[in-house]
Design a protein. Structure first.
Length: 192
């Protein structure tokens, strides 16, 4: 497997979270109810899996190795853009948490802030993933030898050894199950 194969597998889990966020936005829009637990879980997943685990491997191992190569100006620009996009994603996750905290403390405008931050993340991540998978991953792999690619996979594995991938997959599965149950009923006191 190429190192990018592992990153693409991780993208599929991120895609599942984004779909859950879209469902949550629909739920909020229909019932005018914000679920702080869902938002806390989303923030946790996005910070621990998407940022620490996934972006961590990309930035600390893959991008770092690529920065040492003499790559085309176009590829270097894409690399720089991806790093900036990771920083943007971190700020957006912070906004989700801030909006959730405002909602919990009774801020009347917090629901709009929650929807706005969630909307940003649902638009951003599919575009970011597409950029990596269709315009960056494969061209960048050409700059690495087989040995370097194998070493990168070993480095990814070592990086992951302290993380809990099973936990992140369970989070997604639990949220998917919860969303399926939620769709079958309106929340108590909800406005439809």
């Amino acid at each position: 497997m190429l190192p990018i194969g592992q990153l693409m597998i991780e993208h599929r889990l991120i895609d599942r979270m984004i779909n859950l966020v879209k469902d949550e936005m629909d739920w909020i829009g229909e019932y005018h109810v914000v679920d702080p637990v869902f938002l806390e879980t989303t923030v946790y997943f996005m910070r621990h899996f998407t940022d620490i685990c996934h972006h961590g491997k990309e930035e600390n191992i893959y991008f770092s190795a690529l920065e040492k190569k003499e790559i085309t100006p176009e590829l270097r620009k894409t690399l720089e853009d991806l790093i900036q996009e990771h920083a943007f994603a971190r700020r957006t996750v912070d906004e989700i948490e801030e909006a959730k905290n405002s909602f919990v403390t009774g801020d009347k405008e917090a629901m709009a802030k929650v929807i706005s931050a969630l909307n940003i993340i649902t638009i951003f991540y599919p575009q970011h993933i597409e950029k990596e998978e269709k315009h960056f991953f494969y061209p960048s792999m050409d700059y690495f030898t087989k040995e370097e690619k194998d070493q990168m996979l070993l480095d990814f594995s070592a990086f992951d050894s302290g993380l809990y991938h099973g936990e992140h997959k369970r989070i997604i599965e639990d949220l998917e199950r919860r969303k399926a149950e939620q769709k079958s009923r309106a929340p108590p006191g909800a406005q439809a």
